[in-house]
Design a protein around this ligand. Structure first.
Ligand code: XMP
Length: 528
C-alpha cells in the first residue's frame, strides 16, 4: 500500500520543521507558488530523504529541501539537528533563519550568540544571484528578521546579502546550498514570494504541479482506481467542510457505490441535521443514512463530567453506530475519512506512526482496524483553506464552505461538566444568537470560530423586582489560522452588548453573560 502510494506522489519540495513558528507558512507559500510541498520532522531519516532525492521525475522526487526556523539557537545543548549528511544529498537546500545558521555551523561558518540580533523589519543589501533575481533594482529590499544568534563569518561561502545586525544575511555555498537569515515566507518580507519563486523554479527546477483543479481531477481518478469497478465505500458525514468535501470527491468518483452516514447525536447545532440532509440528498443526490441516536448519546453521557471521559464515550458510541451501519450494508471494504494535512502533522508530532496514516484521536480512528476497512483519505494533503477551494471547485454550497469548524464531540465540547438537556438547550440557543449577531454585523466571516459555552456556574440576576439565580454563559469568539494558536476577537462592545441582551432575554435560565478573553495557548479554543 505504502509503495503504491509513493509511485503516485508528485515531485516535491520538503520543508524540514525545526519547530519554527513559520514552518507551516513556508509550506503554504510554496504551494501557493504552485509546487507541491510537504512538511517533515527535522529528524526524518536521511535514507528517506536520499530515496526521495534519487527517484526519477514524476515519481515523487524531492527537488529541494528547505530548513525552517526554530526557537532554539544552534549552540544550545538540546537544539534540534538533522543528519549532517543533508549537505551531501546533492539537491538544492535553503536554510531559513535557524536553518541558515545550522547549515553555516555545519559547513564552517561562525554563529555567535548573545549579540544584538534583529527582530522585525530590516533592510537587506544583496548582490546579484539566482536567489535574488528580479527582487529589486536598487540592491536593497525590506525583509523580516527574528533572530538572536548571528552568522558572524562564513569562510568559503559566497556572501549574498547583509543587514544592519546580520553581516551574513544571505549566503551560497557548494553551488546549491543557500541560507537566508530573514523570513521570506512572511508578508512583511516584501519580495519574499519572488525569493521563494527563484528557489523553487530557478534553483530547484521544480515543475508547477499544484493547482486545485489538477488536484480534484487527480483525486477522482485515484479514488476510482483504488476502489475498483465494484468496491463500496462508507463515509462518515458530519456536514463540516472536510467530510463534505471528501464525500463529494468520492461520490464524483464512484457515484452510488458510496453511502454516507450522518449521526444525529443530539449534540448538534440548531437546524444542522436538516441542513445536511437537504444539501446532500437534494444537491448531490447521494445515498445518505441518517441515524437518530440522540437518546443513546444522552444516555451514555449521563453523569459523565470529565472532558476526556466525555470524548471517549462519544467516540466509542460513534464507532458502535458505524459498525452497525456497516454490518447492515454488508461488503463495504472502504471507509472514506476527511483527514486533512494539519491532522497528520499533529499526529506525527504526537509521535504516532505516519505510515499507518490512521489518526489516533480521530472520531472513527478505531473503526478501520476493528472492521478491516481500507481507508480513503483524499484530502489528507490539504490545508483548510485549500479544502475550501476544492469544495468550491466541486460546487459545495458557500453555506457549508464558509461555516466555522465544529468539533467532533459537538456541543459536548462546549458544555463544562455533565451534559444535560437543559445545558444543551442553553448552549444551542445561545450559540445560535452569537452566530446570528455575527452574521448580521458582518463579523462571522472574519473570525475563526464563535459560540457560547455553559457550565455549572450560577449567578444572581433580577427579573422584574425579584432576585433570581440563573446560569452563566460565556461567549467565545476567536481568530486563528490553523487552530494551533488563537486569540480572542476584539469585538465592538455594542455587538457584545446585543448578544448579551438577547441571550439573557431569549434563553431561559441565563442571568449572566461573560466574554472569554484567553488566548490559545494557554487556553484551548473549546473549553472541554
Ligand atoms: P482546541 O479546543 O483543541 O481546538 O483548541 C482546536 C480546533 O479543533 C477543533 N476540535 C475538534 N475537532 N474533533 C474535531 O473534529 C474534536 O474532537 C475536536 N476538538 C476540538 C476545535 O473546534 C478547534 O477548531
Amino acid at each position: 500500500m505504502q509503495e503504491e502510494r509513493s509511485e503516485r506522489e508528485k515531485d516535491k519540495v520538503v520543508v524540514l520543521d525545526f519547530g519554527g513558528q513559520y514552518s507551516h507558512l513556508i509550506v503554504r507559500r510554496c504551494r501557493e507558488l504552485g509546487v507541491y510541498t510537504e512538511l517533515m520532522p527535522y529528524d526524518v531519516s536521511i535514507t528517506e530523504l536520499e530515496r526521495g532525492v534519487q527517484r526519477n521525475r514524476g515519481e515523487g522526487k524531492i527537488r529541494g529541501i528547505i530548513l525552517s526556523g526554530s526557537p532554539f539557537g544552534v549552540h544550545e545543548p538540546d537544539s534540534p539537528r538533522c543528519s549532517t549528511r543533508i549537505v551531501d544529498l546533492g539537491v538544492p537546500l535553503l536554510g531559513i533563519c535557524y536553518g541558515a545558521q545550522l547549515l553555516a555551523a555545519l559547513l564552517g561558518g561562525v554563529v555567535t550568540t548573545g549579540g544584538k540580533g534583529e527582530f522585525g523589519r530590516s533592510e537587506l543589501m544583496f548582490t546579484d544571484s539566482a536567489l535574488f533575481e528580479g527582487v529589486s533594482e536598487t540592491g536593497t529590499t525590506p525583509v523580516w528578521m527574528s533572530h538572536g544568534d548571528v552568522i558572524e563569518r562564513f569562510e568559503g561561502a559566497e556572501i549574498l546579502g547583509s543587514a544592519a545586525n546580520a553581516p551574513v544575511a544571505a549566503f551560497r555555498i557548494r553551488e546549491r546550498i543557500y541560507g537566508v537569515q530573514f523570513h521570506p515566507e512572511v508578508h512583511h518580507t516584501e519580495r519574499g514570494d519572488r525569493i521563494l519563486w527563484n528557489f523553487l523554479y530557478s534553483i530547484c527546477d521544480c515543475e508547477r504541479n499544484w493547482t486545485i483543479a489538477a488536484f480534484v481531477a487527480e483525486a477522482i481518478t485515484t479514488i476510482r482506481a483504488e476502489v475498483g469497478p465494484d468496491g463500496k465505500v462508507l463515509c462518515g458525514l458530519s456536514g463540516g467542510i472536510d467530510s463534505s468535501t471528501t464525500a463529494v470527491l468520492v461520490y464524483k468518483a464512484i457515484g452510488d457505490r458510496l453511502t454516507c452516514i450522518f449521526v444525529d447525536n443530539g449534540l448538534l447545532r440548531e437546524g444542522e441535521r436538516e441542513e445536511v440532509e437537504n444539501t446532500f440528498r437534494k444537491s448531490f443526490k447521494m445515498n445518505l443514512i441518517v441515524v437518530d441516536a440522540q437518546s443513546r448519546f444522552l444516555e451514555a453521557l449521563k453523569g459523565v463530567r470529565d472532558a476526556e471521559a466525555k470524548r471517549k464515550v462519544i467516540g466509542e458510541l460513534f464507532i458502535t453506530i458505524f459498525e452497525e451501519a456497516a454490518q447492515k450494508l454488508g461488503d463495504v471494504a472502504f471507509l472514506a475519512q476527511g483527514t486533512i494535512y494539519p491532522d497528520r502533522i499533529e499526529s506525527a508530532k504526537a509521535g504516532s506512526a505516519r505510515s499507518s496514516r490512521i489518526k489516533s484521536h480521530h472520531n472513527v480512528g478505531a473503526l478501520p482496524e476493528r472492521l478491516g476497512f481500507t481507508l480513503i483519505e483524499p484530502i489528507e494533503e490539504l490545508y483548510k483553506d485549500e479544502v475550501r477551494e476544492v469544495a468550491k471547485d466541486l460546487g459545495i454550497p458557500a453555506q457549508i464552505r464558509n461555516q466555522h469548524p465544529f468539533p467532533g464531540p459537538g456541543l459536548a465540547a462546549r458544555i463544562m461538566g455533565a451534559v444535560t438537556e437543559e445545558k444543551l438547550r442553553i448552549c444551542r440557543d445561545a450559540s445560535r444568537i452569537v452566530e446570528e449577531e455575527l452574521k448580521r454585523s458582518g463579523w462571522y466571516d472574519k473570525v475563526w470560530q464563535a459560540f457560547a459555552t455553559v457550565g455549572d456556574d450560577f449567578a444572581t440576576g433580577v427579573l422584574g423586582d425579584a432576585r433570581k439565580e440563573g446560569r452563566l454563559v460565556t461567549i467565545r469568539v476567536v481568530e486563528s489560522k490553523e487552530a494551533m494558536t488563537a486569540d480572542f476577537v476584539k469585538l465592538p462592545y455594542e455587538l457584545l452588548e446585543r448578544m448579551s441582551n438577547r441571550i439573557t432575554n431569549e434563553v431561559k435560565g441565563v442571568t449572566w453573560v461573560t466574554y472569554a478573553i484567553s488566548s490559545k495557548p494557554p487556553a484551548t479554543i473549546e473549553p472541554c
